[in-house]
Design a protein around this ligand. Sequence first.
Ligand code: SAM
Ligand code: DTB
Ligand code: SF4
Length: 352
Amino acid sequence: MLRHDWTTDEILEIMQMPFMDLIYKAQTIHRANFNANELHLSSLLSIKTGSCPEDCKYCPQSAHYQTNQPSEKLLDKNTILEKAKLAKDAGATTFCMGAAWRNPKDSDMPFLVDVIKMVKALGLNACMTLGMLTESQAKMLKEAGLDYYNHNIDTSEEFYDHIISTRTFNDRLETLKVLRKCGIKICTGGIMGMGETVRDRASFLKTLANLDPHPESVPINLLVKIPGTPLAEVNDLDILEFIRVIATARIIMPKSYIRLSAGRTKISREAQTLAIMAGSNSIFLGCKLLTTQNVDNNDDLKLIKDLGLITTIKDNAKTPMQEQNEILGKIHDNKASSNDHKCIKLNDLLKE
Ligand code: SAM
Ligand code: DTB
Ligand code: SF4
């Protein structure tokens, strides 16, 4: 039975049960609702990078902090289309486009509508994350064919003001309501390891699980510490605590996709395996997330293969390595990361 009346104490009790019991319960619930060997693959593209007016203390793209993230103008349609095609060739089924905006301007809407139509025409699920939306904007995105909208609550209601001051927790919930009203699937989650308490993590999960219906997609990010941001030096979260959040999310939102999102570079393949065992069933593929480095593709594919996971990676993908690198890592040509050369053609590894 899907519940929407959780208390923080009830969730705390689940999250703090003996670890083996927690994983067993999460895995049992996962198996009752999903194929436990299946992993969903998404691909991310930052369509407008940097100079964001919001002051989210974790974010490399906030204009409030001195990070190494250069500001870039909105990508053009052809570039986005090219990246979407490459994502499809790589085997992603969902293409998620992010913009460093507080909200889109009404004058941006025709462009966004065209982009959604282009991505949908490729047969991909389209997802966007553009900040707050008005109802008329959400309606336009829905009519264009948008499947998912990512809009994270990020942390607990109680801790929110420690992390962001330029908008409120309630602002976030309002946009989520607008999305529901317009029939767009909701992707909302948050970031662990920002200095929050265990109770904050339970309260964060309570807000998500008490949304009715549950969000279709729940990204759980581990903080990527960005030099120059106020959270650059925060203490590392114990990885078992992170796994506890994933397992608890699976238990209380049994039918939602739980996405093991940012921060995978910080955790071992064994910890990622544990996260998948605890019920996360989706990852972002590619050497780059929006602006930061992701797990190198070689390592992801080895893990997929070693665990015998079923993914949407296609057997006949013929993307040249050069192009593959582009979608998987060098979204911005001038910022190749040191591990770009390790991005390999997906199927080469799977066919071994
Ligand atoms: N500007 C839009 C917004 O905030 O809704 C969309 C883009 S924003 C970068 C998308 C999400 O990325 C944020 O909600 C946050 O949860 C996540 N994120 C940003 N920086 C991060 C970091 N350093 N570590 C982990 N997750 C991060
Ligand atoms: C989400 O919760 N995680 C993704 C997706 N939604 C858009 C983004 C992670 C961004 C990590 C920091 C960066 O690469 O800029
Ligand atoms: Fe802007 Fe989104 Fe980053 Fe906050 S998380 S600073 S809203 S890009």
